[in-house]
Design a protein around this ligand. Structure first.
Ligand code: MN
Length: 600
């Protein structure tokens, strides 16, 4: 008896010892993280303090790692486990090891709603319509997929969640076979798994979900998200109030390395550039009320099914991924609807730094899809996109290439009697609309055969604008000259070297608007005859030298061949403005203006 008692107490001691330091595990030590920028306020600060407290609870051994959205870092790892972790990262594009082994599938998250949200409920949730949640996936990790589904079930009022449709786009990973079927079978009647026999891509796979759905309102989600408390009601309220609204939650970040749920503390709208890439830009909002966005990110939104049908659903002529959110955004606005960001609805999403997916398709993505969007919806402005692809100097048709038939999509647009793209730009993206483009393409000095060159990144502000041999591949040698005198890429402008700059070039990359500098400082006067490019503020002209290979601002000399610069395309009245004028004149001359959508 005495021996047995001793054994029991020894085991208890060991348990106590292990529990005394919750950061120590067999193969590593656990550290928690919850970093944010300084000066956050309001609910963001409140939620950060919650995360701080949760970290203390973890240290006390009261709670698991990752709770309340805390991030996790592993230290002093056993090298074998470290290798396994790295392999899992490479396979998924996020730290699946941490997700699988350390973060609960049911973890807690802060309530992200500002008090405003609770005081401004316009429709009693009892009277809101229910929704079908459609989640498509292809080779998603187990833990992130299940956590997605659990977060939706746990944080949606039961009467508003009609069903969750999991549509598998021909996954090949073993855990998504029978194991997933058993798991879903145990989730109750509301969760259904639908299989695609062959890889069909995002648009067609989502459409399978749409056709199978039973609710009037559809809600699309990615397969690696975490919904927070109260995420669904404000989305449904918006589509209930305006049947032609598309309502998007604020997409917060589930960090791909630590799985920290990170708060988005600024108000953002979705925008696009002439290469049709999507981006976010900050706006000032007085409160947490819904606000318009020109385009949406595309992964997460609610829409009424009848409105989606009227808009022709997705363009099923598109391949695999990319551009579908632009198409939906353009037509929603142009055909009488709207797109809104709903700050009271917050959903975390894992942003991958690379895509681990492989697909076989004969077309180049996302360009193939972008061309379909451009040709159907962008009227004259499609030329701005076409000019971004292919090779400088090649024929337009050769640069555009094939993008399938868009006849049915053009008929759809005609039948909906939509407004034109110029209206959309003016109303929704006035900066892009006002940024009349006079020159585009290379900025070439023919004497040296050099082109202006620099990578268009915000963090490149202060780097010299470079000159290299013209390569014709567009990219970093693709520029615009705007009617407001700016020489710009999509984000950044060429400006005179600013005070305190470290580069010894006379021109550098800088912001196109700088509250500390007069606009002339960022502006240039261009004479398309002489090729002189004169800095408006200093009156000096852009000059290149071969040795040293460098750009200067020098007194203007029309006879100096090293001061001559030419754009690949240039129109004094504006490139698109010229197209618009020609069309106007041909309509006035009695030609059939209705032809324009089908003729382009
Ligand atoms: Mn995603």
């Amino acid at each position: 008896m005495a021996v047995a008692k001793m054994k029991v107490s020894a085991v208890l001691m060991m348990l106590t010892a292990a529990a005394s330091d919750p950061t120590v595990r067999k193969d590593y030590r656990i550290g928690l993280t919850n970093g944010y920028e300084d000066g956050i306020t309001g609910v963001h600060l409140r939620n950060k303090k919650q995360q701080d407290r949760t970290m203390k609870q973890f240290m006390a051994g009261d709670i698991g790692p990752g709770e309340m959205g805390c991030g996790i870092e592993l230290m002093d790892m056993n090298p074998v486990v470290a290798k396994e972790k790295e392999d899992m990262y490479q396979a998924q594009g996020f730290d699946e090891y941490i997700s699988e082994h350390l973060v609960s599938l049911n973890r807690s998250l802060p309530d992200r709603r500002d008090d405003w949200c609770k005081q401004n409920v316009l429709v009693d949730p009892a009277y809101l319509p229910s929704t079908s949640v459609i989640i498509i996936f292809h080779n998603e990790a187990w833990s992130t997929l299940i956590r997605t589904v659990y977060s939706v079930i746990n944080r949606s009022p039961a009467h508003l969640l009609a069903e969750i449709l999991l549509v598998d786009d021909a996954s090949t990973l073993p855990h998504l076979g029978e194991r997933l079927e058993k798991m879903v079978a145990g989730m109750g009647e509301k969760v259904r798994l639908i299989r695609q026999p062959a890889r069909a891509g995002l648009m067609r796979t989502r459409m399978v979900g749409v056709m199978e759905s039973k609710s009037q309102v559809l809600t699309f989600l990615d397969s690696h998200i975490e919904a927070t408390e109260g995420w669904l009601e404000p989305l449904l309220e918006r589509v209930h109030q305006n049947p032609k609204a598309i309502a998007c939650p604020v997409i917060e970040e589930v960090n791909d390395k630590t799985f920290q749920y990170k708060f988005v503390t600024r108000d953002l709208v979705g925008v696009f550039f002439w290469n049709l890439d999507f981006g976010w830009t900050a706006v000032k909002r007085p409160d947490w009320s819904p606000y318009d966005t020109p385009v949406m990110a595309g992964g997460l939104f609610s829409i009424r099914k009848d409105w989606f049908a009227e808009l022709g659903f997705y363009d099923e002529g598109m391949e695999i991924w990319g551009g579908e959110q632009l198409e939906l955004s353009f037509k929603a606005w142009m055909c009488g609807g709207k797109i809104e960001i709903v700050p009271c609805s917050r959903v975390g999403h894992i942003f991958r730094t690379f895509s681990p997916y492989k697909w076989t398709t004969t077309v180049k993505l996302p360009e193939y899809n972008y061309k379909r969007v451009a040709s159907v919806w962008m009227d004259h402005y499609q030329e701005l996109y076409y000019d971004r692809i292919g090779h400088t100097g090649d024929r337009r048709e050769q640069n555009i290439g094939d993008y399938g038939s868009v006849l049915a999509r053009k008929e759809l647009r005609e039948s909906l009697q939509c407004k034109d793209f110029d209206w959309y730009l003016r109303e929704q993206m006035p900066d892009l609309h006002n940024g009349v483009i006079k020159g585009m393409g290379e900025i070439r000095n023919p004497h040296q055969g050099f082109c202006l060159d620099q990578q268009d990144l915000e963090q490149n502000a202060g780097l010299p604008v470079l000159v290299f041999d013209c390569h014709g591949d567009k990219g970093n040698q693709y520029w615009y000259y705007r009617a407001d005198g700016r020489i710009t890429r999509d984000w950044m402008c060429m400006v005179r070297r600013r005070k305190g700059s470290k580069n010894d070039n006379h021109v550098e990359l800088g912001p196109c608007e700088d509250p500390n500098l007069p606009p002339e400082y960022m502006s240039w006067d261009y004479d398309s005859k002489s090729g002189l490019l004169k800095h408006r503020h200093s009156g000096l002209c852009l000059k290149v030298t071969r040795t040293p290979l460098k750009l200067w601002l020098k007194p203007c000399r029309g006879e100096d061949p090293d001061q001559r610069w030419f754009f690949t395309q240039y129109e004094e009245e504006g490139l698109i403005e010229k197209e618009k004028r020609i069309e106007r004149e041909s309509i006035e001359a009695g030609e059939d203006g209705e032809m324009r959508h089908t003729e382009l």
